[in-house]
Design a protein around this ligand. Structure first.
Ligand SMILES: C[S@@+](CC[C@H](N)C(=O)[O-])C[C@H]1O[C@@H](n2cnc3c(N)ncnc32)[C@H](O)[C@@H]1O
Length: 396
Protein backbone atom coordinates (compact mmCIF):
# COMPACT_ATOMS: atom_id res chain seq x y z
CA UNK A 1 0.00 0.00 0.00
CA UNK A 2 1.15 3.53 -0.64
CA UNK A 3 1.07 4.87 2.93
CA UNK A 4 0.50 8.40 1.68
CA UNK A 5 -2.66 7.39 -0.11
CA UNK A 6 -4.68 7.84 3.05
CA UNK A 7 -2.80 10.86 4.37
CA UNK A 8 -5.00 13.93 4.53
CA UNK A 9 -2.82 16.84 3.35
CA UNK A 10 -3.16 18.62 6.65
CA UNK A 11 -1.47 15.84 8.70
CA UNK A 12 2.25 15.97 9.47
CA UNK A 13 4.19 13.09 7.88
CA UNK A 14 5.73 10.49 10.21
CA UNK A 15 9.45 9.65 10.13
CA UNK A 16 10.80 6.77 8.02
CA UNK A 17 10.96 4.16 10.80
CA UNK A 18 7.41 4.92 11.96
CA UNK A 19 6.23 4.68 8.36
CA UNK A 20 8.00 1.33 7.95
CA UNK A 21 6.33 0.06 11.14
CA UNK A 22 2.95 1.19 9.81
CA UNK A 23 3.59 -0.52 6.49
CA UNK A 24 4.52 -3.80 8.24
CA UNK A 25 1.26 -3.70 10.18
CA UNK A 26 -0.73 -2.79 7.05
CA UNK A 27 0.81 -5.79 5.24
CA UNK A 28 -0.20 -8.08 8.13
CA UNK A 29 -3.77 -6.77 8.06
CA UNK A 30 -3.96 -7.12 4.28
CA UNK A 31 -2.82 -10.75 4.61
CA UNK A 32 -5.48 -11.37 7.26
CA UNK A 33 -8.16 -9.83 5.04
CA UNK A 34 -7.07 -12.05 2.14
CA UNK A 35 -7.14 -15.13 4.38
CA UNK A 36 -10.63 -14.22 5.60
CA UNK A 37 -11.92 -14.15 2.01
CA UNK A 38 -11.50 -10.43 1.29
CA UNK A 39 -13.34 -8.79 4.17
CA UNK A 40 -12.87 -8.19 7.92
CA UNK A 41 -15.42 -6.66 10.26
CA UNK A 42 -14.28 -3.20 11.35
CA UNK A 43 -13.73 -4.21 14.98
CA UNK A 44 -11.04 -6.67 13.91
CA UNK A 45 -9.29 -3.98 11.82
CA UNK A 46 -9.47 -1.57 14.79
CA UNK A 47 -8.15 -4.21 17.19
CA UNK A 48 -5.13 -4.87 14.96
CA UNK A 49 -4.52 -1.14 14.32
CA UNK A 50 -4.54 -0.38 18.06
CA UNK A 51 -3.24 -3.52 19.76
CA UNK A 52 -1.12 -5.61 17.36
CA UNK A 53 1.90 -6.51 19.54
CA UNK A 54 4.84 -4.19 18.81
CA UNK A 55 3.07 -2.57 15.85
CA UNK A 56 -0.39 -1.36 16.91
CA UNK A 57 -0.97 2.15 18.25
CA UNK A 58 -1.08 1.00 21.88
CA UNK A 59 1.10 -2.05 21.25
CA UNK A 60 3.93 -0.02 19.67
CA UNK A 61 6.16 2.77 20.89
CA UNK A 62 4.52 6.04 19.80
CA UNK A 63 4.31 8.89 22.33
CA UNK A 64 0.47 9.12 22.37
CA UNK A 65 -0.29 11.27 25.46
CA UNK A 66 0.82 14.89 25.77
CA UNK A 67 -0.01 18.54 25.32
CA UNK A 68 1.54 19.47 21.99
CA UNK A 69 2.09 17.93 18.54
CA UNK A 70 5.78 18.97 18.73
CA UNK A 71 6.40 16.43 21.50
CA UNK A 72 5.10 13.67 19.20
CA UNK A 73 1.86 13.20 21.14
CA UNK A 74 -1.62 12.84 19.66
CA UNK A 75 -4.11 13.73 22.40
CA UNK A 76 -4.44 14.75 26.05
CA UNK A 77 -6.52 13.10 28.76
CA UNK A 78 -7.79 14.43 32.10
CA UNK A 79 -5.05 12.88 34.29
CA UNK A 80 -2.44 14.36 31.93
CA UNK A 81 -4.14 17.74 31.95
CA UNK A 82 -4.00 18.26 35.70
CA UNK A 83 -3.04 16.46 38.92
CA UNK A 84 -6.30 17.82 40.37
CA UNK A 85 -8.23 15.18 38.43
CA UNK A 86 -6.56 12.32 40.34
CA UNK A 87 -6.64 14.26 43.63
CA UNK A 88 -10.41 14.73 43.25
CA UNK A 89 -11.18 11.20 42.01
CA UNK A 90 -9.34 9.95 45.11
CA UNK A 91 -12.23 11.20 47.27
CA UNK A 92 -15.03 8.98 45.85
CA UNK A 93 -12.50 6.16 45.56
CA UNK A 94 -11.72 6.60 49.27
CA UNK A 95 -15.42 6.68 50.13
CA UNK A 96 -16.03 3.48 48.13
CA UNK A 97 -13.10 1.70 49.81
CA UNK A 98 -14.39 2.71 53.21
CA UNK A 99 -18.05 1.92 52.48
CA UNK A 100 -17.15 -1.55 51.20
CA UNK A 101 -14.46 -2.23 53.80
CA UNK A 102 -11.97 -3.12 51.05
CA UNK A 103 -8.27 -2.28 50.61
CA UNK A 104 -7.28 -2.93 47.02
CA UNK A 105 -7.22 -0.76 43.88
CA UNK A 106 -7.08 -1.74 40.23
CA UNK A 107 -6.68 0.57 37.25
CA UNK A 108 -7.34 -0.40 33.64
CA UNK A 109 -5.42 1.28 30.80
CA UNK A 110 -3.16 3.38 33.01
CA UNK A 111 -1.64 5.54 30.25
CA UNK A 112 1.56 7.22 31.42
CA UNK A 113 0.88 6.33 35.08
CA UNK A 114 -0.17 9.89 36.05
CA UNK A 115 -3.55 8.86 37.45
CA UNK A 116 -1.98 6.03 39.45
CA UNK A 117 0.72 8.28 40.93
CA UNK A 118 -1.80 11.00 41.74
CA UNK A 119 -4.28 8.59 43.32
CA UNK A 120 -1.61 6.88 45.41
CA UNK A 121 -0.41 10.23 46.80
CA UNK A 122 -3.92 11.56 47.39
CA UNK A 123 -5.14 8.41 49.17
CA UNK A 124 -2.07 8.50 51.40
CA UNK A 125 -2.72 12.19 52.16
CA UNK A 126 -6.35 11.34 53.01
CA UNK A 127 -5.09 8.61 55.38
CA UNK A 128 -6.99 5.91 53.52
CA UNK A 129 -5.56 2.45 54.19
CA UNK A 130 -4.91 0.43 51.03
CA UNK A 131 -2.71 -2.55 50.28
CA UNK A 132 -2.20 -2.89 46.54
CA UNK A 133 -2.64 -0.92 43.32
CA UNK A 134 -2.81 -3.26 40.34
CA UNK A 135 -2.53 -2.05 36.75
CA UNK A 136 -4.03 -3.93 33.81
CA UNK A 137 -3.18 -2.61 30.37
CA UNK A 138 -3.36 -4.22 26.95
CA UNK A 139 -0.36 -2.09 26.11
CA UNK A 140 2.77 -3.80 27.48
CA UNK A 141 4.78 -0.96 25.99
CA UNK A 142 3.28 1.55 28.43
CA UNK A 143 4.29 -0.49 31.48
CA UNK A 144 7.80 0.98 31.67
CA UNK A 145 6.45 4.52 31.28
CA UNK A 146 3.95 3.89 34.07
CA UNK A 147 6.65 2.46 36.35
CA UNK A 148 8.93 5.46 35.73
CA UNK A 149 6.13 7.98 36.45
CA UNK A 150 5.07 6.22 39.65
CA UNK A 151 8.66 5.86 40.90
CA UNK A 152 9.31 9.56 40.21
CA UNK A 153 6.03 10.97 41.55
CA UNK A 154 5.02 8.52 44.31
CA UNK A 155 8.32 6.82 45.27
CA UNK A 156 7.27 5.82 48.78
CA UNK A 157 4.17 4.00 47.46
CA UNK A 158 5.62 2.43 44.31
CA UNK A 159 6.19 -0.93 46.04
CA UNK A 160 2.40 -1.39 46.33
CA UNK A 161 1.96 -1.22 42.55
CA UNK A 162 1.87 -4.39 40.45
CA UNK A 163 1.15 -5.11 36.82
CA UNK A 164 -1.17 -8.00 36.02
CA UNK A 165 -0.95 -10.15 32.89
CA UNK A 166 -4.33 -11.73 33.54
CA UNK A 167 -7.37 -10.77 35.57
CA UNK A 168 -8.02 -12.51 38.89
CA UNK A 169 -11.29 -14.45 39.09
CA UNK A 170 -12.46 -12.29 41.97
CA UNK A 171 -11.56 -8.83 43.18
CA UNK A 172 -12.55 -6.92 46.32
CA UNK A 173 -11.75 -3.23 46.11
CA UNK A 174 -12.11 -0.29 43.76
CA UNK A 175 -11.60 -0.51 39.99
CA UNK A 176 -11.05 2.49 37.72
CA UNK A 177 -10.66 3.17 34.02
CA UNK A 178 -10.30 6.60 32.48
CA UNK A 179 -10.84 6.70 28.70
CA UNK A 180 -10.53 2.93 28.41
CA UNK A 181 -13.96 2.08 26.99
CA UNK A 182 -13.50 4.52 24.08
CA UNK A 183 -10.36 2.65 23.04
CA UNK A 184 -12.21 -0.64 22.55
CA UNK A 185 -12.95 -1.91 19.03
CA UNK A 186 -16.38 -1.11 17.60
CA UNK A 187 -18.37 -2.60 14.74
CA UNK A 188 -19.85 -0.36 12.07
CA UNK A 189 -23.28 -0.60 10.46
CA UNK A 190 -24.65 1.49 7.62
CA UNK A 191 -28.34 2.20 7.06
CA UNK A 192 -29.43 2.97 3.48
CA UNK A 193 -32.55 2.27 1.45
CA UNK A 194 -34.38 0.95 4.53
CA UNK A 195 -31.81 -1.76 5.25
CA UNK A 196 -28.79 -2.16 7.53
CA UNK A 197 -25.48 -3.58 6.28
CA UNK A 198 -22.30 -4.24 8.22
CA UNK A 199 -19.39 -2.04 7.20
CA UNK A 200 -16.06 -3.82 7.18
CA UNK A 201 -12.66 -3.48 5.59
CA UNK A 202 -11.54 -4.80 2.21
CA UNK A 203 -8.47 -4.16 0.07
CA UNK A 204 -8.61 -2.44 -3.34
CA UNK A 205 -6.64 -3.73 -6.32
CA UNK A 206 -4.04 -1.01 -5.64
CA UNK A 207 -3.53 -2.39 -2.11
CA UNK A 208 -5.38 0.39 -0.29
CA UNK A 209 -7.83 -0.35 2.51
CA UNK A 210 -11.44 0.52 1.71
CA UNK A 211 -14.79 0.22 3.44
CA UNK A 212 -17.02 -2.52 2.09
CA UNK A 213 -20.50 -3.51 3.25
CA UNK A 214 -22.01 -6.95 3.77
CA UNK A 215 -25.49 -8.09 4.87
CA UNK A 216 -26.00 -8.22 8.64
CA UNK A 217 -25.50 -11.88 9.53
CA UNK A 218 -26.50 -12.20 13.18
CA UNK A 219 -30.17 -12.05 14.26
CA UNK A 220 -29.11 -10.29 17.52
CA UNK A 221 -27.40 -7.49 15.57
CA UNK A 222 -30.39 -7.22 13.22
CA UNK A 223 -32.80 -6.99 16.16
CA UNK A 224 -30.71 -4.35 17.94
CA UNK A 225 -30.35 -2.22 14.80
CA UNK A 226 -34.09 -2.49 14.07
CA UNK A 227 -34.82 -1.33 17.62
CA UNK A 228 -33.04 1.98 16.88
CA UNK A 229 -35.83 2.88 14.42
CA UNK A 230 -33.42 4.80 12.17
CA UNK A 231 -34.74 6.34 8.99
CA UNK A 232 -32.60 7.49 6.08
CA UNK A 233 -28.83 7.42 5.61
CA UNK A 234 -27.03 6.61 8.88
CA UNK A 235 -23.75 5.21 10.20
CA UNK A 236 -23.77 3.59 13.64
CA UNK A 237 -21.21 1.87 15.83
CA UNK A 238 -21.99 -1.00 18.18
CA UNK A 239 -19.87 -1.81 21.20
CA UNK A 240 -19.58 -5.55 21.83
CA UNK A 241 -16.03 -5.29 23.24
CA UNK A 242 -16.86 -2.50 25.72
CA UNK A 243 -19.94 -4.38 26.92
CA UNK A 244 -18.02 -7.64 27.29
CA UNK A 245 -15.30 -5.79 29.23
CA UNK A 246 -17.90 -4.27 31.57
CA UNK A 247 -19.48 -7.70 32.13
CA UNK A 248 -16.06 -9.15 32.92
CA UNK A 249 -15.04 -6.54 35.46
CA UNK A 250 -18.46 -6.45 37.14
CA UNK A 251 -18.45 -10.25 37.42
CA UNK A 252 -14.95 -10.16 38.88
CA UNK A 253 -15.94 -7.46 41.42
CA UNK A 254 -17.26 -9.39 44.40
CA UNK A 255 -17.21 -6.39 46.75
CA UNK A 256 -16.41 -2.71 46.14
CA UNK A 257 -16.93 -0.38 43.19
CA UNK A 258 -15.91 0.21 39.57
CA UNK A 259 -15.62 3.73 38.12
CA UNK A 260 -15.51 4.18 34.33
CA UNK A 261 -14.97 7.68 32.97
CA UNK A 262 -15.29 8.47 29.29
CA UNK A 263 -16.90 10.56 26.58
CA UNK A 264 -20.26 9.39 25.36
CA UNK A 265 -24.03 9.45 25.69
CA UNK A 266 -26.99 7.34 26.75
CA UNK A 267 -28.50 5.28 23.89
CA UNK A 268 -31.29 7.67 22.92
CA UNK A 269 -28.76 10.48 22.44
CA UNK A 270 -26.08 8.28 20.93
CA UNK A 271 -28.24 7.07 18.08
CA UNK A 272 -29.93 10.43 17.63
CA UNK A 273 -31.06 11.23 14.07
CA UNK A 274 -28.61 14.13 13.95
CA UNK A 275 -25.58 11.92 14.70
CA UNK A 276 -25.93 10.23 11.33
CA UNK A 277 -22.16 10.06 10.72
CA UNK A 278 -21.47 8.02 13.88
CA UNK A 279 -18.72 8.96 16.34
CA UNK A 280 -15.63 7.15 15.03
CA UNK A 281 -12.68 9.53 15.30
CA UNK A 282 -8.93 9.34 14.74
CA UNK A 283 -6.25 11.40 16.47
CA UNK A 284 -2.82 12.10 15.07
CA UNK A 285 -0.59 14.86 16.47
CA UNK A 286 -3.57 16.62 18.06
CA UNK A 287 -5.52 16.71 14.80
CA UNK A 288 -8.84 14.91 14.75
CA UNK A 289 -10.14 13.38 11.53
CA UNK A 290 -12.37 10.53 10.41
CA UNK A 291 -10.17 8.24 8.28
CA UNK A 292 -9.13 5.06 10.17
CA UNK A 293 -6.92 3.93 7.27
CA UNK A 294 -4.37 6.72 7.73
CA UNK A 295 -1.05 5.32 9.03
CA UNK A 296 -2.39 2.12 10.67
CA UNK A 297 -0.69 1.73 14.05
CA UNK A 298 0.46 5.36 14.24
CA UNK A 299 -2.82 7.09 14.98
CA UNK A 300 -5.43 6.59 17.68
CA UNK A 301 -8.86 5.31 16.63
CA UNK A 302 -11.73 5.83 19.05
CA UNK A 303 -15.51 5.95 19.32
CA UNK A 304 -17.77 7.54 21.89
CA UNK A 305 -19.22 5.25 24.55
CA UNK A 306 -22.86 4.15 24.48
CA UNK A 307 -23.55 4.27 28.23
CA UNK A 308 -26.94 2.56 28.23
CA UNK A 309 -25.25 -0.57 26.86
CA UNK A 310 -22.52 -0.28 29.48
CA UNK A 311 -25.12 0.07 32.26
CA UNK A 312 -27.03 -2.97 30.95
CA UNK A 313 -23.86 -5.05 30.77
CA UNK A 314 -22.91 -4.24 34.37
CA UNK A 315 -26.36 -4.72 35.84
CA UNK A 316 -26.81 -8.08 34.00
CA UNK A 317 -24.03 -9.45 36.22
CA UNK A 318 -26.00 -8.56 39.35
CA UNK A 319 -23.85 -5.51 40.20
CA UNK A 320 -25.63 -2.35 41.40
CA UNK A 321 -25.51 0.79 39.30
CA UNK A 322 -23.97 3.15 41.85
CA UNK A 323 -24.36 6.29 39.76
CA UNK A 324 -24.11 7.95 36.35
CA UNK A 325 -23.50 11.63 35.81
CA UNK A 326 -21.44 14.15 33.87
CA UNK A 327 -17.75 14.51 34.71
CA UNK A 328 -18.34 18.15 35.62
CA UNK A 329 -21.06 17.29 38.16
CA UNK A 330 -19.07 14.33 39.52
CA UNK A 331 -15.91 16.38 40.11
CA UNK A 332 -17.84 19.29 41.65
CA UNK A 333 -19.72 16.94 43.98
CA UNK A 334 -16.43 15.25 44.85
CA UNK A 335 -14.96 18.60 45.92
CA UNK A 336 -12.64 19.72 43.11
CA UNK A 337 -13.01 23.35 44.18
CA UNK A 338 -11.79 22.44 47.69
CA UNK A 339 -8.85 20.60 46.14
CA UNK A 340 -8.08 23.71 44.08
CA UNK A 341 -8.50 25.79 47.25
CA UNK A 342 -5.52 23.95 48.77
CA UNK A 343 -3.29 25.86 46.33
CA UNK A 344 -2.40 29.38 47.47
CA UNK A 345 -3.82 31.84 44.87
CA UNK A 346 -0.83 34.09 45.61
CA UNK A 347 1.35 31.33 44.13
CA UNK A 348 0.23 32.28 40.63
CA UNK A 349 2.72 29.98 38.89
CA UNK A 350 0.84 27.01 40.40
CA UNK A 351 -2.61 28.44 40.92
CA UNK A 352 -3.33 29.84 37.45
CA UNK A 353 -2.58 26.67 35.44
CA UNK A 354 -4.50 24.64 38.04
CA UNK A 355 -7.54 26.93 37.84
CA UNK A 356 -7.35 26.84 34.05
CA UNK A 357 -7.30 23.04 34.05
CA UNK A 358 -10.24 22.87 36.47
CA UNK A 359 -12.17 25.09 34.09
CA UNK A 360 -11.42 22.62 31.22
CA UNK A 361 -12.43 19.61 33.31
CA UNK A 362 -15.72 21.21 34.40
CA UNK A 363 -16.79 23.39 31.50
CA UNK A 364 -19.79 22.23 29.47
CA UNK A 365 -18.01 23.43 26.34
CA UNK A 366 -14.93 21.29 27.09
CA UNK A 367 -14.83 18.06 29.12
CA UNK A 368 -17.45 18.70 31.78
CA UNK A 369 -20.54 17.61 29.84
CA UNK A 370 -19.35 15.28 27.07
CA UNK A 371 -17.45 13.11 29.57
CA UNK A 372 -19.52 10.96 31.92
CA UNK A 373 -18.80 8.85 34.97
CA UNK A 374 -20.59 5.55 35.45
CA UNK A 375 -20.01 3.43 38.55
CA UNK A 376 -21.07 -0.07 39.58
CA UNK A 377 -20.85 -1.57 43.03
CA UNK A 378 -21.40 -4.60 45.21
CA UNK A 379 -21.80 -4.36 48.95
CA UNK A 380 -22.13 -0.56 49.11
CA UNK A 381 -25.42 0.65 50.57
CA UNK A 382 -24.78 4.39 50.72
CA UNK A 383 -24.86 6.97 47.89
CA UNK A 384 -21.41 8.37 47.21
CA UNK A 385 -21.05 12.14 47.66
CA UNK A 386 -19.87 12.36 44.04
CA UNK A 387 -23.32 11.15 42.88
CA UNK A 388 -25.33 12.96 45.58
CA UNK A 389 -26.73 15.55 43.18
CA UNK A 390 -27.27 15.56 39.44
CA UNK A 391 -27.37 11.77 39.08
CA UNK A 392 -28.56 10.90 35.56
CA UNK A 393 -29.26 7.20 35.91
CA UNK A 394 -32.83 7.86 34.78
CA UNK A 395 -31.53 8.99 31.35
CA UNK A 396 -29.94 5.62 30.57
C1 LIG B 1 -7.03 6.47 25.61
S1 LIG B 1 -5.91 5.54 26.56
C2 LIG B 1 -6.22 6.20 28.17
C3 LIG B 1 -5.03 6.12 29.08
C4 LIG B 1 -5.19 6.71 30.48
N1 LIG B 1 -6.22 6.03 31.23
C5 LIG B 1 -5.44 8.20 30.46
O1 LIG B 1 -6.56 8.60 30.77
O2 LIG B 1 -4.52 8.95 30.12
C6 LIG B 1 -6.67 3.93 26.57
C7 LIG B 1 -5.91 2.87 27.32
O3 LIG B 1 -6.80 1.75 27.55
C8 LIG B 1 -6.06 0.55 27.36
N2 LIG B 1 -7.01 -0.55 27.15
C9 LIG B 1 -7.87 -0.73 26.13
N3 LIG B 1 -8.58 -1.86 26.28
C10 LIG B 1 -8.19 -2.40 27.46
C11 LIG B 1 -8.55 -3.57 28.19
N4 LIG B 1 -9.47 -4.41 27.74
N5 LIG B 1 -7.94 -3.81 29.35
C12 LIG B 1 -7.00 -2.97 29.83
N6 LIG B 1 -6.59 -1.85 29.18
C13 LIG B 1 -7.18 -1.56 28.01
C14 LIG B 1 -5.15 0.90 26.20
O4 LIG B 1 -4.07 -0.01 26.11
C15 LIG B 1 -4.71 2.30 26.58
O5 LIG B 1 -3.61 2.27 27.43
Amino acid sequence: MNPKAHQPDSLPAPGPSALAQSETLAAQIRAEIAQAGGWLPFDRYMERALYAPGLGYYGGGSVKFGRRPEDGSDFITAPELSPLFAATLARPVAQALEASGTHHLMEFGAGTGKLAAGLLNALEALNVPFDTYSIVDLSGELRERQRATIEAEAPALASRVRWLDALPEQFEGVLMGNEVLDAMPVRLFVHAADAWRERGVAVHDDGEFAFDERPVSSPEDAAFLASLEIEGAYLAETHDAARAFTRTICTMLTRGAAFLIDYGFPRHEYYHAQREQGTLMCHYRHRAHGDPFVYPGLQDITAHVEFTGIAEAGVETGADLLGYTSQGRFLLNAGITEVLGDIDPADSARFLPAANAVQKLLSEAEMGELFKVIAFSRGIEETLDAFASGDRTHTL
